[in-house]
Design a protein around this ligand. Structure first.
Ligand SMILES: C[S@@+](CC[C@H](N)C(=O)[O-])C[C@H]1O[C@@H](n2cnc3c(N)ncnc32)[C@H](O)[C@@H]1O
Length: 306
C-alpha cells in the first residue's frame, strides 16, 4: 500500500501525469477485461484464438512433454484451457496481480483438470519473482498471450523478457501473442468500443485507486480517450480531466486541471521482423511463428537461447 501510494504520487505529481496500467486490475477490472475480449471491435482475442485453433497441435509437437506452463497475467482462462488440453503439461503456474480473480480461475481449472498440479502465484510480473519450489525440475513453457508485451515500451520489453528468460531457465520455451501494425481506424476502435466497455475499464483504474488509497478519486470527473500514435507505433489510452479539482492522496494534495490528460496505457504494435529482432536482443530464438488469416495478429514460439 505504501509502495502503491508512492508510485501513484510519483505518476501524478510529475510534469505529465501517468498511472501504471497494472492498476486497471482488481476483481471489477478483470471482469471488465473479460467483457472487452468479447466485443466486436476487440479483434485481438478472436485473432489469437484463431491461431491457437489452427496451430496448437503444431506448437505442442515442438514443446517437451511433462512441462510446467508459467502464464504471465493469467486473467481469462479460455486460452489456457486450450493450451493445457493440447500440451498436457505436468504443472501450471498462473502468475497474476489480481489475486481473487486468479484464485477463482485456478479453482475452476483444478476441477476440470484434476491431474494437473496448479500453483497460483500472486506477483507483479514487472518485478523479479520466484517460481514455486515443486516445479524446479520441470522444463518451463512461458505463456504470455493477448499482446500484453505491447504494454511495455520496446526498450522495457527487452528488460522484461531478459528477466523472464532467467526465471524460466535455459532451454525453456515461450508462447507469446503479439498484435501487429494495421489500419489506425481498426486499432482505435479496438480500444474505444461503441458500447463504452473500454471506457469503463479505463475509468475503473480511478475507482480502484480511490479505494486502495482511501482517496476521493471520482471516475465521473474523467473521460476515456484512445488514439493511435503512428510515430510511436502504439495505441495510447488517456483519462482526460473533465473539471478542475484537487484530491488528497496520503498527505499530498494533487491538482487535476480541466483538459489535462493522465496517460494510462501504451499498446505497442509490431511488424513481425521487428518483434523477432527485439526478442533476439533479450536472449530468445525463434522456433516458429503463425499469423491469423487477416494478418492482424501473430503468435510466436520462442526458445531461451542456451
Ligand atoms: C490483458 S489481461 C490478459 C489476460 C489473458 N492472459 C489473455 O490473454 O486474455 C492481463 C492480465 O494480466 C494481469 N496483469 C496486468 N499487469 C500485471 C502485472 N504487472 N503483474 C501481474 N499480472 C498483471 C491482469 O490482472 C490480467 O489478468
Amino acid at each position: 500500500m505504501a509502495d502503491v501510494k508512492a508510485e501513484v504520487l510519483e505518476g501524478l505529481l510529475g510534469p505529465a501525469k501517468t498511472l501504471h496500467p497494472k492498476y486497471f486490475y482488481d476483481e471489477q477490472g478483470s471482469r471488465l477485461f473479460e467483457a472487452i475480449t468479447r466485443l466486436p471491435e476487440y479483434y485481438l482475442t478472436r485473432s489469437e484464438l484463431e491461431i491457437f485453433d489452427a496451430h496448437l497441435s503444431d506448437i505442442s509437437s515442438r514443446v517437451p512433454g511433462q512441462s510446467c506452463i508459467v502464464e504471465y497475467g493469467s486473467g481469462s482462462s479460455l486460452k489456457i484451457r486450450k493450451v493445457i488440453e493440447e500440451l498436457d503439461p505436468a504443472a501450471y503456474v498462473p502468475v497474476d496481480i489480481s489475486r481473487e480473480h486468479m484464485v477463482a480461475m485456478a479453482e475452476a481449472l483444478a476441477r476440470d483438470f484434476p491431474d494437473l498440479a496448479i500453483y497460483p502465484t500472486c506477483a507483479d510480473f514487472t518485478d523479479t519473482f520466484a517460481l514455486p519450489p515443486p516445479v524446479a525440475g520441470l522444463t518451463k513453457v512461458g505463456f504470455f498471450p493477448g499482446s500484453s508485451i505491447g504494454n511495455f515500451s520496446p526498450a522495457d520489453a527487452v528488460g522484461f523478457l531478459q528477466r523472464m528468460a532467467k526465471t524460466l531457465g535455459a532451454g525453456a520455451r515461450l508462447i507469446i501473442g503479439v498484435d501487429l501494425k494495421k489500419d489506425p481506424a481498426v486499432l482505435e476502435a479496438a480500444y474505444d468500443d461503441a458500447a463504452g466497455v473500454t471506457a469503463e475499464f479505463n475509468l475503473n483504474l480511478i475507482r480502484h485507486l480511490g479505494e486502495v488509497l482511501h482517496a476521493d478519486l471520482n471516475p465521473d470527473r474523467f473521460r476515456h480517450r484512445a488514439v493511435y500514435n503512428e510515430s510511436l507505433g502504439a495505441v495510447q489510452m488517456f483519462l482526460d480531466v473533465r473539471d478542475s479539482h484537487d484530491v488528497l492522496i496520503g498527505d499530498r494534495l494533487v491538482h487535476f486541471e480541466a483538459g489535462e490528460a493522465i496517460h494510462t496505457e501504451n499498446s505497442f504494435k509490431y511488424d513481425p521482423a521487428d518483434f523477432l529482432e527485439l526478442v533476439a536482443g533479450a536472449g530468445f530464438a525463434e522456433v516458429a511463428g503463425w499469423t491469423d488469416r487477416k494478418g492482424w495478429f501473430s503468435v510466436f514460439l520462442l526458445e531461451v537461447a542456451g
